[in-house]
Write a protein that binds this ligand. Structure first.
Ligand code: HEM
Ligand code: HEM
Ligand SMILES: [Fe+2]
Length: 464
């Protein structure tokens, strides 16, 4: 095994660990909605929610990096260049995340002056980390880029997938730098912040997960490189073609010029197309290979990724993307319903798939099949889809009662928050969150014991 692959294992383990922190913080955030006195004066809702969504971004990023450190030496046939630096960066990354989480909990409010921005919190949703931490993360990403490009140069070889991956590194890092400046004008600030959030999840990350799933398909099903790379090029062209100007669907109500209504509505309406392409691709490959694989969990999670990406991102996103609908849906639990479904489908399922793929190879288990992964798969997906459904009910209540009927007054806002539809949706979401959390426990149990259970049975003394 390459050193790069041992590092991959560390990254994947850290990813699954932070996935647990994210789940706990999510459950807490959901509980405030049904009991607003929860941890009153000790931990504010906004801090729990920040922990929830920041660890979400971090664990997915760590999962992607783990996947790439795993596939890179196999793809290019040599050890990753600069692996020592990469190993140091892993520990730096973990330390920074833990330190930032501790700072958030210790300093829960304060001014938005320069010192606060550098040391405590930058206040931008999803990327709240203070500037010193953001600088460390940039360093981690730069070393990661050096690993990829350096390895390609030393191997004197570049495959189609690697080419796409390397080009994708540029926007990946450059867009993150967006988390630094501080504009005094709220509209300008939001304008650039969306470049990071939208162009990461609906462009750069889609390309990244497209590359990772392409590598996983070849590894899982033995799909030919020619087929996988052809699809990848088509998907990337479509993602960039629809996603870049699709950015406009966040510019409807933040003070940008009116033409964004047309641009955002038009281009983002086509955004489901590349995601549909990814589903067709996965089914096509699975069909060609008669769904035959020795790694069922990885395969099922990969199919969940393809469908989840299309339905959660494409269909749920499409629902709220036309300005005529977004006027009512904007910033409600309807948005949260889409956010959960899309992040889960597009990215979380992909990382879990790679974790199974890697574990099968490391533990040398002939088969990773069993019952535990089925329980985990069922509870996580059932819990998540349950949350998506219940959030939709609460979101509809807000769009209808607060916006359409009430005309967005303060009184209408309160009416919506107190309506039975909204409140019941919040209770049911918490219940589904508990099922999801149980699924997480089953997942961790399965990942820890896979391949270790089988040899135990084989070790039983044979009857004479
Ligand atoms: C136990 C499971 C989970 C629970 C109980 C939960 C709960 C919550 C809550 C209460 C919020 C705050 C919403 C608000 O401000 O009103 C939130 C936000 C969010 N969560 Fe979760 N969550 C869970 C799992 C997940 C998972 C698995 C993902 C993605 C893979 C995720 C992604 C997000 C995102 C993207 C947001 C921000 C959405 C927005 O503000 O529109 N969550 N979650
Ligand atoms: C699969 C990738 C995607 C992910 C991970 C994702 C995630 C998210 C998240 C987390 C938000 C909430 C942002 C916030 O306010 O904090 C959001 C908002 C939004 N998404 Fe997506 N999304 C994806 C794809 C799409 C697609 C393909 C469309 C359109 C077809 C779309 C349309 C929208 C719209 C219109 C909003 C704004 C909702 C509002 O005004 O409150 N998304 N998305
Ligand atoms: Fe977007």
């Amino acid at each position: 095994m390459y050193r790069s692959q041992r590092l991959a294992l560390k990254y994947l383990a850290a990813a699954i660990g932070f996935f647990g922190v994210m789940t706990l913080a999510g459950l807490m955030s959901a509980y405030y909605y049904i009991n607003p006195d929860f941890l009153f004066g000790i931990l504010h809702f906004n801090i729990a929610k920040t922990l929830h969504i920041d660890t979400l971004v971090i664990w997915l990023l760590m999962g992607f990096m783990g996947a790439i450190y795993w596939f890179l030496p196999e793809e290019l046939g040599i050890e990753t260049v600069g692996i020592r630096a990469a190993e140091i960066m892993f520990y730096l990354f973990c330390l920074v995340v833990l330190a930032v989480a501790a700072i958030f909990v210790v300093v829960q409010y304060g001014g938005s002056d320069n010192a606060g921005m550098w040391l405590v919190n930058q206040g931008r949703k999803y990327v709240e980390a203070p500037r010193w931490a953001a600088a460390c993360i940039v360093l981690v990403m730069l070393v990661f880029s050096y690993n990829l490009i350096g390895t390609a140069i030393r191997a004197r070889k570049i495959t189609g997938i690697m080419g796409v991956l390397i080009v994708d590194l540029v926007p990946l890092v450059v867009l993150y730098l967006d988390a630094f400046p501080a504009f005094r004008n709220m509209s300008v600030d939001l304008f650039w912040w969306w470049w990071l959030v939208h162009l990461w999840v609906e462009a750069t990350w889609e390309v990244l997960i497209g590359c990772i799933m392409a590598l996983a398909l070849m590894s899982l099903l033995g799909t030919s490189r020619r087929i996988v790379e052809t699809w990848l090029y088509i998907e990337v062209a479509l993602v960039l073609g629809t996603g870049i100007l699709g950015l406009g669907h966040h510019y409807f109500w933040i003070g940008t010029p009116q033409y964004w209504l047309a641009i955002g509505g038009f281009f983002s309406a086509f955004e489901p197309l590349p995601l549909l392409g990814m589903v067709v691709h996965a089914i096509y490959d699975a069909g060609t290979h008669h769904m035959k694989t020795s790694n069922r969990p990885a395969f099922y999670w990969m199919l969940a990724e393809a469908f989840g990406n299309f339905i959660g991102g494409g269909v749920w996103g499409f629902m709220i993307t036309l300005p005529q609908v977004n006027l009512y849906a904007h910033g409600t639990q309807w948005t949260a319903s889409h956010g959960h479904f899309a992040f889960w489908g597009a990215y979380a399922c992909g990382v879990i798939s790679v974790a199974y793929l890697v574990l099968q190879r490391i533990r040398g288990a002939a088969s990773v099949d069993g019952t535990a992964w089925r329980w985990a798969f069922a509870a996580l997906n059932f819990g998540l889809i349950g949350m998506v459904g219940t959030l939709l009910v609460s979101g509809f209540a807000q769009a209808f009662i607060e916006r359409a009927v009430g005309g967005s007054t303060l009184e209408a806002f309160i009416n919506a928050q107190e309506s039975a539809w909204f409140v019941d949706g919040m209770y049911a979401r918490f219940a589904c969150g508990l099922i999801f959390a149980a699924g997480y426990v089953a997942l961790v149990y399965d990942l820890l014991t896979i391949g270790r259970r089988v040899p135990a049975r084989a070790a039983q003394p044979a009857l004479p």
